[in-house]
Design a protein around this ligand. Structure first.
Ligand code: FAD
Length: 338
């Protein structure tokens, strides 16, 4: 026993002499929501340098794709009632390309031209309507919606160009913004030589390496009941992006009916099925942010079938008479913390 204690002593001393785990954490607001960045490593220049670089980056993204900023590139594009090609920044082109690709792959369940319907139902930058929209208004808004009405190309000099096929098309990249922001911060950190981080912009999470305790990062899929500390599952992302979309936070109730901010582009109505959240794990948060919303539009059965057929790591939370139940694809299994 004495011998083993002696053997252990250098280890105990070594640990006692080691500095406390380094941790850097910044928080802020962006895109109408919150963000947080946690590092297990110091950031060159310290926390203030990190905060100012992250805030500047998020501001840049907002200036490109925020429909809430009347001077952003997207708002100017939406206001231009024409069909000519408009030069757009490279990063915005990547986001649009992801929107178009996911739109085509999900047969229009994700549709970045759904904005007129989003605004009509009161979930965009416009004021919330006093009464629910009538069928005529929904049909008129639906006329303007469709990924085929948007054209992304490049000029001879390589400049990304975006054109509408009808002048009143309205682009809404809100569903992809948080994922794009998380990916951009991850690139910033990697370029600064930081490789142990967790980035959260609302439901879009990117992580790499280990946490300040040297353990894998853990991300909770919260329980829609919103009881403090209640969660449906805990995920170890293993360097992948985790994105969750849900209908249980952003909604309003009128005459006993609950209207969610996720719109089915086919019916023109907010979704009304029992799927309350969809979590998707993919290499980039931009991609994961596209597919979580698409699954939310599909509803529980179609979303599960789609995720299975496309071997997507997906975790669904479904409302039941007793509360909530979860289902996930086999591809999600390796990420569930035991
Ligand atoms: P997600 O499920 O990821 O996306 C849902 C959103 O996507 C809806 O709110 C709608 O806009 C859109 N959508 C709905 N149905 C579909 C569909 N079928 N296909 C495609 N898209 C669909 N909000 C504010 O209140 N104030 C702000 O200042 C503000 N600024 C923003 C700036 C940026 C750059 C972005 C990207 C968003 C901003 N928002 C702002 C919007 C707000 O944060 C949104 O609620 C959020 O982006 C939606 O993300 P989510 O994760 O909640 O839901």
């Amino acid at each position: 026993m004495f011998r083993s204690l002696l053997l252990l002593l250098p280890l105990i001393l070594l640990q006692a002499c080691q500095p406390k785990p380094e941790m850097t954490r910044i928080e802020g607001r962006t895109m109408g929501t919150f963000y947080a960045v946690t590092l297990a490593d110091p950031f060159p220049g310290g926390e203030r340098a990190l905060q100012s670089r992250v805030d500047a980056l998020l501001l840049e993204i907002n200036r490109e794709i925020s429909t809430y900023d009347p001077d952003s590139v997207i708002s100017r594009f939406n206001r231009a009632q024409d069909t000519r090609p408009h030069p757009i920044p490279e990063r915005m082109a990547k986001i649009v390309a992801q929107g178009i690709e996911a739109g085509e792959r999900t047969r229009g369940q994700l549709d970045v031209t759904v904005g007129p319907l989003v605004n009509l139902w009161g979930f965009g930058p416009d004021k919330r309507p006093n009464k629910t929209p009538d069928q005529q208004a929904i049909a008129a808004a639906r006329e303007r919606v469709g990924i085929d009405k948007l054209e992304l190309s490049r000029g001879s000099d390589g400049q990304p160009l975006l054109a509408k096929r009808r002048p009143d098309l309205y682009l809404d990249l809100s569903t992809l913004g948080e994922g794009a922001g998380s990916d951009a911060i991850a690139t910033l950190l990697e370029q600064a030589g930081v490789h142990n981080y967790l980035i959260e912009i609302a439901g879009a999470v990117r992580s790499q390496g280990h946490n300040p305790k040297g353990k894998p990062w853990r991300v909770a899929i919260v329980d829609p009941s919103d009881q403090p500390g209640a969660f449906q599952a805990v995920v170890t992302p293993k360097g992948m992006a985790v994105s969750t979309a849900g209908s249980y936070r952003n909604y309003y109730e009128r005459d006993g009916v609950r209207y969610s901010h996720i719109i089915d582009p086919v019916t023109g109505h907010p979704i009304s099925h029992k799927l309350v959240s969809a979590t998707v794990i993919l290499p980039s948060a931009l991609e994961a942010d596209a597919y979580d919303t698409a699954l939310m539009v599909m509803g529980p059965e179609k979303a599960m079938a789609y995720a299975r057929d496309h071997r997507l790591a997906a975790f669904l939370v479904i409302k039941t008479p007793q509360g909530f139940a979860s289902r996930h694809t086999p591809e999600f299994d390796p990420y569930l913390a035991k």
